[in-house]
Write a protein that binds this ligand. Structure first.
Ligand code: 5GP
Ligand code: ZN
Length: 114
């Protein structure tokens, strides 16, 4: 989508600290980290929200989780613990309408979230 921030990051039109990329997913550092480790994993294909995803997106959504876990593991943070979060919709705080999985770690994370 031409006016989508994360599609622009995918296409290199907006710079980001890219951590991992393959045909399906892209991972980069969050610009405003909420924890010492805060990366976003997105599908390379534009998908607006988990709220509108369907069965055809199942493998892709699963891959976001597995890539997120691997990134935490490779940074030595999986043993201590990490959190994956996907905000869907305005009330949940989704501010970018391109699916993204937050991967947070590096501090004790409070529960429940606000
Ligand atoms: P949401 O609130 O939609 O769940 O998460 C959007 C996330 O994208 C936020 O954590 C925000 O800091 C991050 N973000 C917003 N704009 C940019 C940007 O231009 N570059 C990067 N790397 N992250 C961004
Ligand atoms: Zn997009």
């Amino acid at each position: 989508m031409s006016d989508c921030l994360f599609c622009k990051i995918r296409d290199g039109q907006i710079p980001a600290a890219i951590i991992f990329r393959d045909d399906d997913v892209l991972a980069f550092k969050d610009i405003n980290p909420k924890a010492p480790f805060h990366q976003l994993v997105i599908p390379t294909r534009h998908l607006a929200s988990l709220a509108t995803a369907d069965e055809t997106d199942a493998a892709l959504l699963g891959k976001l989780m597995l890539v997120g876990a691997r990134l935490a593991r490779e940074s030595g943070l999986a043993e201590g613990g990490f959190r994956v979060v996907m905000n869907a919709g305005a009330d949940a705080g989704q501010s970018v309408l391109h699916v993204h999985l937050h991967v947070l770690a590096g501090r004790v994370l409070a529960w429940p979230p606000g």
